[in-house]
Design a protein around this ligand. Structure first.
Ligand code: RNT
Ligand code: ZN
Length: 415
């Protein structure tokens, strides 16, 4: 079927030497790891209620929260059905699906088997995260750096088991699982023994990572944070801590877009970090004042991130994951909108007149670079996105809104 709007847009890009077909093919091959925790306000399925702890919290009471693994999978099925392409699911350890009630230091692969079976039938890859929060032994916001050896050992055991579980998931699905470590550890008020805390975190991590596991099954990653609610004065796992650690231990570094000072550009960090670490994990998010996890919108930060990934040729060694949670709007709509925004940003980056921009910069013609950059903002990206969605039978515009609202109504009875 011909689509005049698409034809015109394709020609407009072709006039700049940009191949829209190639951009769509490239976009279709970029998997996004969709985070399970947007679907239930980061509560998990350990049978405990209440807030997440660790300085993270979803606020709002929009009806329809997934209360069971089956409900969460149904919501995910719906969401993936509105997101073009083949993607991944990012699971947290406290989303185990089992009638048993193992503590965090006793979880095993079989407690997650239903997730793997489902991922197989849906053709999804899985990623994983130990859960170092929402637990009595994490109430002080100290886990791997806790002063008490016994508490540290408990969390080290949790981390080890998660690595093994993730590796088994990777093996079962034929696609390496990223296992990302984020701990809430920090201090509300000014600490006096920062070095001691950081040494404890370092040696706990070393113990956790001691067993080598095949890269084809498991990719270890570590995630820093600037501060959290309750740990305003010091975060043990700061950016410098993990940047150094990831380089020394040759593991992946996770950059969460909400975990830096608001005037810092995470997009700018990519090319610097990539010179020293082999693999990068992104937690694509949107910080707003003290919250690091608003639903991703197609804003300048996201566009800059996507452009750096494309222009820096970093896509082959970057794992794109999402990290946001909002309980004031339809949770499934949040997933669909946020994930599609990441894709839209990538598509725009792939469609930019890269050759002209780079040539202008190399010639030090900064006037031309600015002209190209600004003119490019008027290019007909939307027509290419609509065609990309149409080819995969995905709704856009009013049809998408109606569809999202319809599903939100369907699950509203959950309360
Ligand atoms: C918290 C970190 C972390 C969590 C998830 C749930 O600030 O960003 O990645 O959001 O692990
Ligand atoms: Zn994160």
């Amino acid at each position: 079927m011909t689509n005049p709007a698409f034809d015109a847009a394709r020609d407009a890009f072709a006039a700049l030497g940009v191949d829209a077909e190639q951009a769509m093919t490239a976009l279709a091959a970029i998997p996004i790891s969709v985070h399970c925790w947007q679907g239930d306000d980061v509560r998990g399925f350990e049978g405990k209620s209440g807030t997440s702890g660790g300085g993270i919290q979803a606020t709002g009471n929009y009806p329809g929260r997934a209360r069971t693994p089956d409900e969460l999978r149904a919501d995910l099925d719906y969401a993936y059905g509105r997101i073009p392409g083949k993607h991944r699911l990012n699971l947290h350890a406290f989303y185990m699906d089992t009638p048993e009630t193992p503590d965090r230091d006793a979880i095993e692969y079989r407690h997650f088997a239903p997730w793997v079976d489902w991922a197989k039938t849906q053709g999804l890859g899985l990623d994983f995260n130990p859960t170092f929060f929402a637990h009595a032994k994490a109430d002080d916001n100290l886990t791997l750096s806790h002063p008490t050896q016994g508490i540290r050992d408990f969390w080290i055991e949790h981390g080890k088991r998660c690595r093994e579980i993730a590796a088994q998931m990777g093996a079962a699905l034929g696609s390496a699982a990223v296992n990302n470590i984020w701990v809430p550890d920090g201090s509300k008020d000014t600490p006096v023994a920062r070095m001691a805390a950081r040494k404890r975190l370092e040696s706990s991590l070393d113990a956790m990572f001691a067993a080598p596991l095949p890269r084809a099954q498991l990719i270890d990653a570590v995630e820093s944070k600037l501060f959290g609610i309750g740990v305003e004065s010091m975060t043990v796992g700061s950016h410098e801590f993990y940047l150094g650690y990831a380089i020394r231990r040759n593991i992946a570094l996770c950059l969460d877009m909400g975990h830096f000072h608001p005037t810092e550009s995470v997009a700018d960090k990519l090319s610097s970090v990539a010179l020293s670490v082999h693999e990068i994990l992104l937690h694509v998010s949107r910080p707003v004042r003290w919250d690091s996890d608003h639903v991703v919108t197609l804003n300048d930060d996201l566009l800059a991130m996507a452009q750096e990934l494309v222009f820096g040729d970093l896509l082959p060694r970057t794992h794109i994951g999402l990290d946001f949670f909002d309980a004031t709007i339809s949770r499934t709509a949040a997933w669909v909108i946020g994930t599609r925004n990441m894709q839209k940003a990538l598509l725009r980056a792939l469609l930019l007149p890269r050759a002209q921009l780079v040539a202008a910069e190399e010639a030090m013609d900064f006037t031309a670079r600015l002209i190209w950059a600004e003119e490019a903002k008027d290019l007909p990206f939307a027509a290419i996105w609509a065609e990309f969605c149409a080819r995969q039978n995905m709704p856009v515009g009013a049809a998408l809104l109606q569809d999202l609202a319809g599903y939100a109504r369907k699950v509203a009875h959950r309360g």
